[in-house]
Each structure stands twice: as structure tokens, then as C-alpha cells.
Design a protein around this ligand. Structure first.
Ligand SMILES: Cc1cc2nc3c(=O)[nH]c(=O)nc-3n(C[C@H](O)[C@H](O)[C@H](O)COP(=O)(O)O)c2cc1C
Length: 366
């Protein structure tokens, strides 16, 4: 990979600490249900530049149910036991005792670095049906009870909380919630700068995220929302009072984004996106990990959505998406990938727009 010009980093960015865990660089990979499984995390880890990675959120009741039935851990904990550290595992529920039991298992049996509790999920199944995730933002006292119990059960493993600004635009209470989270013993707070009602609409409100810092005494604040380039990561540290940043959607098809952001923070030249051939190798590596775990048929189905993420924003992505949506086995997958991400550049120069030039390049639909 050749190099492009450095972005001037005007602020000194230090590693952040979550309990005794050093997060260096203070750029975190977000938990994303259905996406941030072991295979994805390995691909991100290979590029580097990420200080802490998170699993998908794990349903605490489901975990206990499987445990009692002496079944294997949920698929969402695939790889966690053997994987490199630091690693955060996120769980959700609304019952302090259940969360404490699962937290204790994650901390002691699986030896995870950080136990994170989800207070931000806006999905109906979690909020309306299970009174968990962002639903709990309306009940800071309950959040405090949950965190206290989980902290007690996991000690000395640090416990963190991930929240949104509030349930709705007219009930923003992140400043108050932040204080409750800290007083209950959490070791860090991550804030996605939208409300649950916003879902993913509009822009993340980084002014509000920044304001929360004034309400915290000592735990680190991690800002999250809409960071999709090295420049935006530098901008976040320059302009907002955060100790760390978390990237979600933008890294799904660009696992090298952390490496780029890390370089930018150090004032080093930002590596350009990998070439199409390099992206192809990356995606096939990702595919191999998924198929090794789930077998050819299920693995290929599962990989469809990841493959779409890799192609997003590129010339021909729409055609790629509709082709890859139908692949059923390795041969079909390789063929579609070969057509889109050829080993040797196919088009003679000047006959096609450059990669990443399709105007519908919004990766948020991943
Ligand atoms: C597909 C998908 C799954 C997600 N799953 C989780 C999750 O399991 N736990 C969580 O705390 N947030 C989850 N989120 C929210 C992200 O972690 C993040 O807060 C949000 O996408 C905003 O960051 P971004 O603008 O960088 O994408 C998910 C988001 C997406 C798009």
C-alpha cells in the first residue's frame, strides 16, 4: 500500500484505561449484533489500530438457559475463550441478578477483559418486549442497581455501560445517567450520540456527547456515532471532550479503518484503502473463517451480508449485491467475488470510474 499525506493531529491523544485494561490506541470497535463475530474481529485485528474490540451483544437469559441445559455457549461467544485480549463482551437484560450471574461467568470462566452492559439498543424486541437496552434509560435507578450488582459479581474485571443520549428527543437524560453509571462503579461510559427514537436518523450529536464529560468525575468517556474516516476520528478528538472513540458501521466493509485512524492520530501518513486485490484477499480470509466455523452452506449464506459491506460504495456494488445475495456454495461465492474483485485489474485504464465512486456509497444500510 502506498501512503497519502498525513492529517495534522493537533491534540495529544493518550491511551485510555478501563479499570486496569489499557486501551491503546483509544479507538474502539463497537459491538454490532450479527456482525462483530470472531471472524470479523480477526480481520480487524489483522489490520491493527484498534484498542479494544467488542463481541455482538449476548442475551443474558439465553446464556443462562443454555448453561443450565449444559449446551454450548451461544454462537455469539464463538472464539471468545481463545481469542487475543483485550476483548469486551456485551450483554443485555434488565434483571440485576441474571446479569450478575452471566457477568461473573464471562469474567471468571471466559476471562474477558471487559464486561459491557447494553443500555442503548432501540430494537422493539429488546425494548418493548424485554424492557431492556435503551428502555432502561428511563429508569436510571434501575440502571444503577444493575451496574452495582454486575460490578460486584465481576470484580476485578471492569464493567462498562453503553448508552444513547436518552429514549427520545424530549427525554434526553444522558448527563444524569452518566453520573448514575459512574457512581454505581462502572469503569467507562460509551455514548452513541442519538436517542433511541432517532434509531439511525439524523446525525450523532457530538456536542451533547462532549457535554457529558463535565458530569463524570474520573471514568473515561467514549464517543460514538458517524465516524467513518480517519479525518473524522481526528476531528472528534480535536473538538470534543472525549477520552476515546468507537467506530461501528463504517468498519463493517472497511476493517482497515482503525489502522488509518490510528496513523492519523499519530500524525503519520494515512495508508490509503487497500487495492481491490488486497480487499479480495481480506474478504476471502473472512469467508474462510466463517466457513471453518459454520460449514460451507451456512457459512456462505452468512457471508452474503459481509460481502455486501465490502462492496458498498464501489462501482458496480448494486450488481454485486444482487449476485452475491443468491450464492449458495463456495464455488458460486468465489465466482461472484472473482468478477467483482479480480486478482488482476480487468478494465483498461480510463474505461471505468475509480473504485469507491458509486454515489450511493452510504454504508449505513449494512
Ligand atoms: C447492524 C448493527 C448492529 C448493532 N448491534 C449493536 C449491539 O449489539 N450492541 C450495541 O451496543 N450497539 C449495537 N449497534 C449500535 C452500534 O454499536 C453504534 O452505537 C451505532 O451504529 C452508531 O455508531 P456508528 O455511527 O459508528 O455506526 C449496532 C448497530 C448496527 C448498525
Amino acid at each position: 500500500m502506498s501512503e497519502t499525506a498525513a492529517i495534522q493531529p493537533p491534540v495529544q491523544v493518550s491511551p485510555l484505561k478501563i479499570g486496569d485494561i489499557v486501551v491503546d490506541p483509544p479507538i474502539l470497535q463497537a459491538p454490532m449484533a450479527g456482525f462483530t463475530n470472531y471472524a470479523f474481529r480477526q480481520v480487524v485485528r489483522e489490520y491493527g489500530g484498534v484498542g479494544l474490540q467488542a463481541t455482538e451483544m449476548v442475551n443474558a437469559k439465553g446464556f443462562l438457559w443454555l448453561d443450565q441445559a449444559e449446551c454450548e455457549h451461544p454462537d455469539r461467544l464463538w472464539g471468545v475463550k481463545e481469542e487475543a485480549r483485550p476483548l469486551a463482551v456485551q450483554m443485555w437484560d434488565n434483571d440485576p441478578e441474571i446479569l450478575a450471574k452471566v457477568g461473573e461467568r464471562l469474567a471468571n470462566d471466559l476471562d474477558v477483559s471487559v464486561v459491557d452492559i447494553n443500555f442503548g439498543c432501540p430494537v422493539k424486541q429488546v425494548t418493548q418486549k424485554a424492557h431492556s437496552g435503551s428502555y432502561l434509560l428511563r429508569f436510571p435507578d434501575r440502571m444503577g442497581q444493575i451496574i452495582e450488582r454486575v460490578v460486584e459479581a465481576c470484580s476485578p474485571t471492569p464493567v462498562t455501560a453503553k448508552i444513547r443520549l436518552g429514549c427520545s428527543r424530549d427525554s434526553i437524560n444522558a448527563n444524569e445517567v452518566a453520573q448514575v453509571v459512574e457512581q454505581a462503579g462502572a469503569a467507562a461510559l460509551t455514548v452513541h450520540g442519538r436517542t433511541a427514537q432517532d434509531f439511525f436518523k439524523g446525525s450523532a450529536d457530538w456536542d451533547r456527547i462532549s457535554e457529558i464529560k463535565g458530569y463524570l468525575k474520573q471514568i473515561p468517556l467514549i464517543g460514538n456515532g458517524d465516524l467513518d474516516s480517519a479525518e473524522k476520528v481526528v476531528h472528534a478528538f480535536q473538538n470534543y471532550d472525549v477520552d476515546g472513540v468507537m467506530i461501528a458501521r463504517a468498519c463493517l466493509g472497511r476493517p482497515w479503518l482503525f489502522q488509518q485512524a490510528h496513523a492519523a492520530l499519530q500524525g503519520l501518513p494515512v495508508p490509503p484503502d487497500p487495492t481491490l486485490a488486497e480487499q479480495r484477499t481480506c474478504m476471502l480470509n473472512h469467508y474462510r473463517l466463517v466457513v471453518d466455523r459454520f460449514g460451507e452452506q451456512k457459512g456462505t449464506m452468512l457471508m452474503r451480508k459481509f460481502a455486501c459491506c465490502y462492496a458498498q460504495g464501489m462501482y458496480g456494488a448494486r450488481a454485486f449485491r444482487s449476485n452475491v445475495a443468491n450464492v449458495k456454495n463456495a464455488a458460486e461465492f468465489f465466482q461472484v467475488v472473482e468478477d467483482f474483485f479480480p486478482k488482476t485489474p480487468k478494465p483498461p485504464e480510463g474505461t471505468l470510474p475509480p473504485p469507491h465512486s458509486e454515489s450511493s456509497g452510504d454504508r449505513s444500510s449494512c
